[in-house]
Design a protein around this ligand. Structure first.
Ligand code: ZN
Length: 455
């Protein structure tokens, strides 16, 4: 994606690390924020906009699942749950090839940019060919994810997933899982092979992800952590009650409890979901400096449960949001469902505003910004030297944007139509204009062709 060398933008309002500012000029230099001035009149020749916000990180995505959105909302014969959804997923997975992954991922990534996400943490577990054999390039599928990010311009923190077992205690994998599987050695080779695909990526981050405590034994988890890799470490944890019960039966400990006792969980970690926790566990996550990776829309869609948001916030925990199954792709939706789930749970309002904030929208936005950056391993926010990753809200779609301030964020989260985002810049490239990704027609055509092959 071509990036203009230098550009000057001016906004009525912008949300800076120090708070809201008026009359804000931002220069872009080689994809980074150059200098910034506040309280100035619009200079001639500058691109002008209303309300500028730093781009958010989507801290948990399985991009290919976008192709299944809307297809699993029919009730089956038995009680529908996460587990029946997963069996539908496995049928779909058996057919997807490298070109399909590229086409579906590019569509999802264009939509993420349109929704105000400027980076994604992709939790990528589809590694093997349809027979379960390695591709000649072990990073064949991961490379398609990298390619989709490059085509759309979305920032990428790639988390190749280690998956070896179907249940706690090293149970053998099922037939439906054969495309996900690695052992520790082949997983290390996969991580090495990803490097062949990322030569021209400016701020690509490589981390890794043990899929869950179901899918990796303690021995394997220790071996992965001993690989001495840099970058973030993400894991699915305590998403389902059955997982908690199985973990208790296997180890006598709950999943989060087990992990906190058996790994050096710190700020490099993102604990995805962490839905079913007791107070000691929620306190432990907060104290560790790890990020809780909340995916409220998917957690609602799958009937997972509700995160202990109020207690976690009171312990000073870090969190961000992710679109996970990509049943919908919207930062504002995730934040809204996060707050609403807490209202259902606690029969009260503005739960996620927390201490020191008046505005729920502002509090959730700033937590998601900081927590997302921590989970992705990148600096965030509208400050010189940071990647020029930001988006503008239009005052035509959202009148509150004309006035700036926290009301804009509250309105954006709780009442905006069609997310109200007019423009998005990612590493200085103006990738969304008039609410649409600049390459949407081509990306959408490839996506539709892939879907008609697959469905
Ligand atoms: Zn997930």
């Amino acid at each position: 994606m071509a990036v203009k060398k230098s550009e000057r933008l001016w906004f009525d309002y912008a949300l800076l690390p120090s708070g809201w500012a008026r009359g804000v000029q931002v220069t872009i230099s080689d994809g980074l924020i150059g200098d910034m001035s506040v309280d100035i009149e619009p200079p001639s020749g500058a691109v002008r906009g209303r309300c500028l916000l730093p781009g958010l990180t989507n801290l948990h995505s399985h991009a290919f699942q976008r192709a299944m959105s809307g297809l699993t909302e029919v009730r089956g014969a038995v009680q529908d749950s996460f587990w029946s959804w997963r069996s539908l997923l496995y049928g779909f997975v058996s057919r997807i090839g490298p070109e399909d992954i590229h086409a579906i991922t590019a569509m999802a990534y264009a939509e993420m940019l349109e929704a105000g996400f400027t980076r994604v943490c992709e939790f990528h577990y589809l590694h093997n060919d349809p027979d379960g054999a390695r591709f000649s390039d072990p990073a064949e599928m991961a490379g398609q994810v990298v390619r989709a990010a490059a085509d759309t311009g979305l920032g990428l923190t790639l988390l190749p997933v280690f998956y070896a077992h179907s249940g706690f205690g090293g149970q053998p994998p099922t037939e439906g899982q054969k495309r996900f599987l690695s052992d520790v050695d082949s997983f290390a080779a996969l991580l090495d092979a990803v490097g062949q695909h990322t030569a021209n990526q400016h701020d690509f981050v490589l981390g890794f992800a043990p899929h869950s405590l179901r899918a990796a034994t303690p021995h394997e988890l220790r071996a992965l952590l001993a690989m001495d890799r840099q970058g973030p470490i993400h894991i699915h944890i305590a998403e389902q009650m059955k997982e908690v019960q199985d973990c208790l039966a296997w180890s006598g400990a709950r999943p989060v409890e087990w992990l906190l006792h058996n790994a050096d969980v710190d700020a490099r970690w993102c604990l995805v979901h962490a839905t079913h926790t007791n107070d000691r566990e929620i306190h432990g996550i907060a104290k560790s400096g790890a990020v809780a990776g909340l995916c409220p829309v998917t957690e609602a869609n799958l009937g997972d449960g509700i995160f202990e948001g109020r207690a976690y916030l009171s312990y000073g925990g870090h969190y961000g949001v992710g679109t996970d199954s990509n049943v919908s792709i919207s930062a504002a939706d995730e934040l809204r469902v996060l707050e609403y789930s807490q209202r259902f749970k606690h029969l009260s309002r503005n739960v996620m505003a927390g201490e020191g904030y008046a505005s729920t929208g502002r509090s959730m936005f700033e937590h998601a910004l900081a927590g997302g950056g921590r989970a992705a391993g990148i600096p965030v926010g509208l400050a010189p030297g940071n990647p020029a990753d930001f988006f503008a809200i239009s005052s035509e779609a959202l009148p509150e944007a004309a006035g700036g301030g926290d009301r804009t964020l509250d309105a954006w989260v709780f009442r905006a139509k069609n997310n109200a985002i007019s423009d998005v810049w990612r590493r200085g490239a103006h990738v969304v204009q008039g609410g649409q990704h600049i390459h949407r027609p081509e990306i959408e055509a490839r996506y539709k062709a892939a879907l008609s092959r697959l469905l």
